[in-house]
Structures are given as C-alpha cells and as structure tokens.
Design a protein around this ligand. Sequence first.
Ligand code: CA
Ligand code: CA
Length: 205
Amino acid sequence: MRAFLFISVLAAGCTGYNPDLGPNPFLCGDDNPRCPEGYTCELNGTQEICVEGDGDGDGDDNSLTVDGSTDGSMNGFMCANDGNLEPNDTTADAYATDAATTMRIFGPLSICPATDKDTFKIALPAGAARAITITVTWDSGTALSGAILGGGGQTLMPLSPAGERAIRACARDLPGGANYYAQVSGTAQNNYRIQLETAAACSAP
Ligand SMILES: [Ca+2]
Ligand SMILES: [Ca+2]
C-alpha cells in the first residue's frame, strides 16, 4: 500500500512536496529537511533522490526502495525493503520464526544484491518428528533458489521448481528438539514471498 502511495505521489508531480525540492520531486532538496516526512535522501548512481522509509527498522517491511547499486546493471529494479529481517545471510544470523507452531508467510522480501542470502530459523520443539515445508514464490524476474538446512547448516533438501514462479520442498521425519533453517538465494536480485510450515507429514504438493 505504501508503495502504491509512493507511485501515486510521483504521478501527481509535486503535490505535497516542499517547492524547495526543485522541479524533479524525486531529487533531494538542498536544505534540511531534504525530503518530505517519511522519506530519506539516498544516493542512486550520481543523483540523490528521496526514497520512502527511514531505514530505522521500525517494522515497515512493505516499502520499496530504489536499488542503490552503482554498477549500472540493476537500474530501475525496486527491491522490497526487508531490512528489518537483515542481517540474515547465515544460519548464525537467521531470522527466528515461530513456524514450528504456526504457518508463517513473509513478504515481500528481497534478494538484494544478488549475493544476498536470506535465512529463516525454525526451532522444532522436542517431541515427535515433524515435516517442514518451504515454498518460495516471486512475481517476475530471475528464478530464485533455496534449501532446507539442518542445524549445522548442511543442506537437507534443495527447493525444487513447483510451477512457473515457485520453488518448494518438504523435508520429512525431522527429529524434534533441534533447529532447522530455510535459506533463499539467487543469481540475480529479485523480490519474493516465503511460506514456512510444519506438520506431522508432508502433504501432496
Ligand atoms: Ca534479503
Ligand atoms: Ca539477507
């Protein structure tokens, strides 16, 4: 929703902007505040522009920010802002979920830059063995990859294509009282959603 509002503001030109921001409403102003409330000034290539969000990890995981890479290859791609789940590139930094007891869906999240990895922890309580099912979906762009990892970070099962823009895996008979992880990565940046669920057994895909 906030992304939609952002686009709407852009379409409406300078509406709501301080006229000191100049003819292009995207560019940061020269004086403080350099951007309207709710926006921060970030360097994008050679230009400083106002982007939504303040990067303070306030729980807003739905805004989109313009990718700030300067290599020229990613111009225009809008990375979903998942900064409040980062860093989560390793099992040691994994984002802890309660997916052992409740099915969870997170997103939109992003693999940005392309070397980004996002790791989610599922702590299975002691007791009967469980099955963990991970599903990752994306709307467009380059396919992502993923895996279910064991407590030592070893790959238990890679996620496999499950339709045109989805990958999925179910690892069964996982002993309780241990940590497991879902890890998402890619060969190019992309936005995605991830569903994590546990059950007594794997269901049919
Ligand atoms: Ca990420
Ligand atoms: Ca990450």
